[in-house]
Ligand binder design. Structure first.
Ligand SMILES: NC(=O)c1ccc[n+]([C@@H]2O[C@H](COP(=O)([O-])OP(=O)(O)OC[C@H]3O[C@@H](n4cnc5c(N)ncnc54)[C@H](OP(=O)(O)O)[C@@H]3O)[C@@H](O)[C@H]2O)c1
Length: 246
């Protein structure tokens, strides 16, 4: 596991948006950020799941989170502008943005890859983080220390047969991270990095590897060190880098 011990109040007074915050790694990240003092904006497509995360954070006396239901598959540029306006009105700035939501799509050779699935996966995994980052950059620039984290994958760093749009969207995500990091370096407070969570016990992993025993994998809560490191001020000036959570 990534070797970092987060101080208890690491994220005190920080405003952090997490996409796909209702389940899996995004849920664990949202709860962990709140536990370390952050006000978390829980964004996802299933309101009931977001409400459960909200309740868990409230029950553990974390700062009151906010819920922002949004389906990244159908969201338009105007939806991202509305998101930015709401955050501006409520908080005035954004200190952290964790792009975590993704779709796996189908595992099949490119020669037979379903075109509808290709568009859906690219929309959620690549276009949505681009549109959201573009809309939220002005709010990130209002922070004194802002961190953008994109979520990658092993198959986004080395190609693997049958991983199709998912793998290719993650390669593009690494490219988006490097491009944005280079643009932001030296001009302001925004650092930009990727995390590859590695094999983690979630629905997506079970969908990709149905025969695997999930109990042999770490739970999302066990891989949070690198997320905390990158969202907190200990990683100031760390930018343009590809991290592994495990
Ligand atoms: N788990 C692993 O082993 C592993 C390995 C490498 C990389 N990753 C990456 O880690 C990240 C988290 O994955 P996970 O394993 O935690 O997956 P997960 O359990 O399937 O959770 C994905 C989250 O994304 C949300 N989401 C999916 N489509 C969405 C949409 N159209 N609009 C809004 N939200 C949407 C889901 O919402 P619902 O709950 O409403 O469906 C869910 O909360 C992903 O970027 C994934 O590629 C995971």
């Amino acid at each position: 596991m990534f070797d970092y011990q987060a101080p208890e109040n690491l994220l005190k007074d920080r405003i952090i948006l997490v996409t796909g915050a209702g389940d899996g790694i995004g849920k664990a990240a949202a709860i962990s950020f709140a536990k370390h003092g952050a006000t978390v904006i829980l964004l996802g497509r299933t309101t009931k799941k977001l409400e459960e995360v909200y309740d868990q954070i409230e029950a553990s006396s974390g700062p009151q989170p906010a819920i922002y239901p949004m389906n990244l598959e159908g969201a338009s540029p105007k939806d991202y502008d509305d998101l930015a306006s709401t955050i501006e009105k409520e908080f005035g700035r954004l200190d952290g943005l964790l792009h975590n939501a993704s779709l796996l799509g189908n595992l099949s050779p490119l020669s037979q890859y379903d075109i509808e699935t290709w568009y859906k996966v690219m929309q959620v995994n690549l276009n949505a983080p681009f549109l959201m980052t573009q809309a939220l950059l002005p709010l990130l620039h209002k922070s004194s220390d802002a961190s953008v984290v994109f979520t990658s994958s092993s198959v986004g760093r080395k190609g693997r047969a049958h991983w199709g749009a998912y793998a290719i969207s993650k390669f593009a995500t690494e490219g988006m991270m490097q491009t944005l990091a280079d643009e932001e370096e030296g001009i302001g407070p925004v650092r930009v990095n990727t995390i590859n969570p590695g094999a983690t016990r979630t629905h997506m992993r079970a969908q990709a590897y149905p025969a695997e025993n999930p109990e042999q994998l770490p739970a999302p809560e066990e891989i949070m060190n690198v997320y905390l490191y990158l969202l907190g001020s200990d990683s100031q000036k760390v930018t343009g880098q590809a991290f592994d959570a495990q």
